[in-house]
Ligand binder design. Structure first.
Ligand code: OGA
Ligand code: NI
Length: 350
């Protein structure tokens, strides 16, 4: 996309938006029936205090995590070891980033999924899609830090320092949670280390206020295709999770992370864990910025139901539901099936 075009499509460059442009207006059957202001809240979403509950009752905490990942698909963590000051600083760095001059941001604009750092609007398919989503997104790799940090923005000036520390800390937290999940499932310690969690992406969504949220979506409904996600929301409502056929709003809890198991956890756990469908709706008055940290398998690693969980083992969940596949093949199927989780997983079912 040409630089001028890139500057025009990014919603963070728009000002005084009074009406929703036609290309952002979804047809009636795809509009959000529940908006941020009307959707009921997700009231049973567990909030785990990692500090006190782990020291009081480690087994109970692990069981709560497993139950949350089995039934609801996600849970929140507090007292998780990432400092509040670092969370606040990182969020403000990203808010500042999105308010930088259009010309600077355009230098990162790309729809190439292989680009180390990419800023885009709506989806990577902007040029072909019929309706655009009301968001800008900035994504880049983070791990190992020394391989990528030199490719990151130099504005705001503290970007590399703050986002670097944040990525290291959130990775530690997610690895800790994966350790608890493997313990709870009964698969070997360290199972998720190495290739299965090798790639780390930070993916920041930014949505400006939308004059009519009933017409638009900030992000399509989807399941995260990765291994696991830690979502850090700002204080503006927008995220909704599908539970029993109903869209429920996830109320942002200050300094919490929402942990969302990805589709690879569903496969590795042989369907014991689920991966929730979620989407983002827009907000009438406020801009919303959220930071997703994704752990993703390397392209070549083989993914399959853990041996310890298939028939014949002590923690058996039954016969394997999936054959082994590489993450590259999975991701190809996922994008080839318009990011529909069930159809993509269906390609690998036994
Ligand atoms: C995602 C996602 C939700 C949000 O990036 O996969 O679901 O609230 N984000 O931004
Ligand atoms: Ni998601």
């Amino acid at each position: 996309m040409l630089q001028q075009q890139a500057m025009d499509v990014m919603i963070s460059n728009w000002s005084n938006v009074e009406t929703v442009p036609e290309s952002y207006t979804f047809p009636a059957d795809r509009r959000p029936n529940e908006q941020a202001s009307t959707a009921p809240f997700f009231k049973d979403l567990p909030v785990l205090d990692l500090e006190s509950s782990l020291s009081d009752d480690a087994n109970g905490t692990i069981q709560t995590i497993l139950e949350a990942c089995q039934e609801l698909g996600c849970f929140q963590v507090i007292n998780h070891g990432v400092s509040e000051a670092l969370m606040d600083d990182t969020l403000s760095v990203f808010k500042e980033f999105f308010s930088l001059p259009a010309k600077y941001k355009a230098s990162f604009f790309s729809n190439d999924p292989d680009k180390a750092c990419r800023l885009y609007s709506s989806t990577l398919n902007y040029d072909k899609e019929e309706h655009h989503y009301w968001r800008d997104n900035f994504t880049h790799r983070c791990h190992p830090l020394e391989d990528y940090i030199h490719l990151w923005p130099q504005k705001p000036t503290r970007y590399r320092e703050v986002v670097g520390r944040y990525s290291v800390e959130v990775r530690k937290l997610l690895m800790r949670i994966l350790g608890l999940i493997s313990e709870g499932l009964g698969i070997e310690d360290g199972y998720f280390e190495g290739e299965l969690s090798k790639t780390q992406l930070i993916s920041v969504n930014h949505h400006i206020p939308c004059p009519d949220p009933s017409l638009t979506l900030g992000m399509p409904e989807h399941c995260d295709p990765n291994l696991i996600t830690a979502l850090h929301q700002c204080d503006v409502l927008g995220l909704q999770v599908l539970k029993d056929g109903q869209w429920l709003g996830v109320e942002p809890l200050p300094h919490a992370f929402l942990v969302i198991p990805g589709l690879q956890l569903r496969v590795i756990s042989n369907e014991r864990l689920t991966s929730p469908k979620h989407r983002v709706v827009t907000h009438k008055e406020k801009a919303r910025t959220t930071i997703g940290t994704f752990l993703i398998p390397s392209h070549e690693v083989l993914i399959e139901p853990a041996k310890a969980l298939v028939k014949g083992s002590s923690h058996s969940t039954g016969p394997p539901v999936y054959r082994a596949f590489t993450y590259r093949d999975f991701f190809g199927a996922f994008t080839g099936k318009s990011c529909d989780a069930e159809s993509a997983l269906g390609c690998f079912k036994l």
